[in-house]
Design a protein around this ligand. Sequence first.
Ligand code: SF4
Ligand code: SF4
Length: 447
Amino acid sequence: MKKLSFKKGMLPMDGLDFSEGRASSQERVLEQFTPREAVIPMLQHFGTPAALAVQVDTMVSIGQMIGKPTSLLSAPVHASISGIVTEISKICLPSGITCDAVHIRNDLKRRMDHSVQKRNSPESLAPKELRRLLLYSGIVGMGGEGFPTSAKCNRAIQAEADTLLVNGLQSEPYLHCDVHLLREHADRVIQGAAALSGVCRTRKIVFCLQDNRPQEIDVMKTAVERFRDLYADRELSVAVFKSRFPQGYEKLLIQAMYHVELNTDQYSEDTVGAVIFNVSTCAAFWDMVERNLPCTSRVITIAGDRMSGHNVLVPIGTLVSELLERIPGVSTCNRIVLGGALTGVAIRDMNTPVLKTTTGITLIKNEPPPPTACLHCGECVDACPAGLIPYLCKRLIDTKDKIALSYENIDQCISCGACSYVCPAGIDLSVQIARAAHKVRNGGIRT
Ligand code: SF4
Ligand code: SF4
C-alpha cells in the first residue's frame, strides 16, 4: 500500500517520542475518572458561548442541557456528572477567553438524564434526524480544533463534499487517546463516521492512520470489512500515512492526500471536496446516535517526559488539580501543558477544567536548555511544514520590521511547535511566530 506524506516536518528519528514504544499506548483498560466537582464552561468551541440554562441549587443529571446554543456557531453544553449546581462563575480559559461556567458538586449517584436511552436501529436514521441529533449533541472538533461539528457539516453540504476523512493521525509526542479509540473502539469510530457521512451526504469514508500503528491499521481494516455490507451505499477504506510530525494537521493531511496546499483561508470542503473529522469526534457522535448521550466526557492521555502515560475517560469540566492528585511528583514539573508537549498550552492555574477539545495533559519535568544566540543551522527551516523561515520571522518580529515580515507569509504558521523543538540553540520560536500569525490573520498587524 502506498504511504502518503507531506513535505518537511519531523520524523521519529529526529528524537521525538511518538509513544508507540510505550506500554501505556497499548493499554486496554481505561480508567473512568469520578471527580468530586465539575466546572463546565459555556464556551468550549470556536464561535459564540452557550447561554446558561440552569441556576444555583438546580439538581442536574448526566446529559441534561445546562447551556443553550446562541447561534449557528455555538454548541449546547450538558452536565457531565449528576449533582447540584453550587455556583455560576466567570472563568478565564487557557486561551485567555473569559466566559460563564457552571460548578456542579457530584452526588456520586451517576444519575442519567431521562433522555439518555438506547435507540432501536440507530444505523438506519434519516439524514434529517441525524442532523437534529448532531445539533443537540454539543459535539465540537475534539482533536483540539473546537469548530462546532454541525457547522462543519453545513460547510460540507454547501460544498457538496464527496469524501469524509477520519483523522486518526495523532502524531503529537506522548498523546495516544485517539490511537486507543481506534484500537479498542473501532466499531464506534466507524459507525460514528458513517452517521456523520449521513449528515454531510458524502459517498466515501477514508480512515487515515500512520504507519507506526500497524496493530491499529489491522484492527481498522478488519472492522471496515465487517461494516461493508451495512454501509453498502458508501465506499469505506483505510489510508496509511508516513509517521511524521505534525501529520495530524488538517492542512497537511490534505497536502499528503491530494497534493494540494491549502492557504489558511481555504477550506478542504471547497477545494478538494473532503470534510475532516477527528476520531474522538466520530466516537462521540455514535454515543449520541446509539444512546442519545450528548458530549459529556472524553478520553484524554495523561503522560509526560519522565512517566509512562494513561488514557483516562474524564467527565468534561473535571479540574486538572483533581485529575493529577494521585500522580506523584507533579509539584516538581517544569511545565504542565493542556494538550500535547509541542502544541498545547502551558497552564499555571491547576483549577483549569478539561474541555471537549482537551486531548491530554502533558507533564514536562526536563528543564529546557538555556537559550543561546541563533547558530544559523537552518534546522527550523527544514522542520517548518508551512514553508516559513522561522529564524528570520523571529528576527523581524523582534525588530518590528512589519514591511519585511509582510513578505514572509507568517499567517501560514500552524502553531505546530516544530521549529522550537528542533532548535539546538533552545530558542522558543513558535510562541512568538504563532502569536504574530494570529494577529496578521485578524488584521492586527498591518503590512
Ligand atoms: S510553529 Fe509555525 S513557524 Fe514554527 S514550524 Fe510550526 S508552522 Fe513553522
Ligand atoms: S534552528 Fe535555531 S539556531 Fe538553527 S537557524 Fe533556526 S533559530 Fe537559528
